[in-house]
Write a protein that binds this ligand. Structure first.
Ligand SMILES: C[C@@]1(CC(=O)O)C2=NC(=C\c3[nH]c(c(CCC(=O)O)c3CC(=O)O)Cc3[nH]c(c(CC(=O)O)c3CCC(=O)O)/C=C3\N/C(=C\2)[C@@H](CCC(=O)O)[C@]3(C)CC(=O)O)/[C@H]1CCC(=O)O
Ligand SMILES: NC(=O)c1ccc[n+]([C@@H]2O[C@H](COP(=O)([O-])OP(=O)(O)OC[C@H]3O[C@@H](n4cnc5c(N)ncnc54)[C@H](O)[C@@H]3O)[C@@H](O)[C@H]2O)c1
Length: 231
């Protein structure tokens, strides 16, 4: 089988079905909710977390066994029961509808799998072992979590602001490239870690200085001033 293609999907408001209500279904349902999907869980029993999400209106829980029609109008389907026959039926129904399907106990029946993911704000590092060892994926996630701390979340929030501004205002492509290259240096990540309150101002001052070195005109400095006052 070919290796799966890695991509990031926007699931906002997409109807997604999770069949089963145990710990594995819970993990999948929670990550779908985090991605903004409209999650429907079908299962006679459910973990306390799934029940809580249902009470809060974050998932729709249908407290019964699976029916063929449950997957109608769903973007993707996850078969997460402890019954291989039920999972197989869910798989067949999804394939017949041309849907994305993940069967948690049979990797060969998945047309997508869920990677282990390190999350730091806008940064996501996904780890897949092509289904060979989810335990290794989890181990690598834990290792990466030690190296990539919360400073990356702040760093990317700053980049969103700064890069957008640079793209809009700095017309010289080589200067833009040079600025972005230097902004990704470890010293800025380190500043986000050790000086979260002050890093934004330092960065702004640094950019102003770079622009003046490159004999940028006054109009750009003024724009930086406006940007500075935005927050
Ligand atoms: C990454 C993660 C994401 C998530 O689920 O959200 C995920 N499994 C996780 C944990 C985990 N899963 C299992 C263990 C026990 C140890 C072990 O068996 O290794 C542990 C570890 C633990 O629980 O501690 C057992 C297991 N998993 C699958 C089978 C079926 C089979 O292999 O036949 C069995 C045997 C069941 C049995 O024996 O009964 C199948 C799949 N599991 C996948 C993903 C996909 C492949 C991902 C990849 O390519 O690496 C795939 C193919 C389908 C899918 O589920 O998408 C999540 C880590 C989250 C984290 O980072 O903490
Ligand atoms: N992919 C993974 O990451 C992974 C990890 C561990 C285990 N597994 C596999 O996932 C399966 C589920 O694990 P679990 O620990 O969540 O199981 P579990 O036994 O705790 O839960 C099973 C759930 O399925 C529901 N269910 C059973 N029949 C159903 C039906 N006809 N319709 C709707 N719901 C039904 C039950 O009510 C229960 O809520 C295990 O059998 C195991 O093989 C997968």
């Amino acid at each position: 089988m070919n290796q799966h293609y890695a991509m990031m999907i926007d699931l906002t408001s997409r109807r997604c079905l999770v069949v089963g209500g145990g710990p594995v279904a819970e993990r999948k349902a929670c990550s779908l909710v985090e991605a903004g999907a409209n999650v429907v869980v079908v299962s006679l029993t459910a973990t306390p977390r799934i029940k809580q999400l249902a009470l809060m209106g974050q998932v729709e829980w249908l407290k019964r066994t699976y029916r063929q029609a449950d997957g109608e109008h769903c973007f993707l389907v996850i078969a997460a029961t402890n019954d291989k026959q039920v999972n197989l039926a869910v798989y067949r129904d999804a394939v017949a509808r041309g849907q994305w399907i993940n069967v948690v106990d049979q990797p060969a029946l998945c047309n997508f799998t869920v990677p282990s993911t390190v999350k730091r704000g806008k940064l996501q590092i996904a780890i897949s072992t092509s289904g060979v060892s989810p335990a290794l994926a989890k181990k690598i996630r834990r290792e990466l979590e030690q190296s990539y701390g919360d400073e990356y979340s702040l760093y990317l929030d700053l980049m969103q602001e700064v890069r957008g501004w640079i793209q809009q205002e700095v017309s010289d492509a080589s200067l833009r490239y040079q600025l972005m290259k230097e902004l990704v240096s470890d010293r800025w990540i380190e500043q986000c870690r050790t000086n979260p309150e002050g890093v934004r101002d330092l960065m702004l001052r640094w950019i102003k200085k770079q622009l003046s070195i490159y004999t940028w005109e006054g109009v750009h400095h003024e724009t930086i001033g406006c940007w500075n006052e935005k927050k």
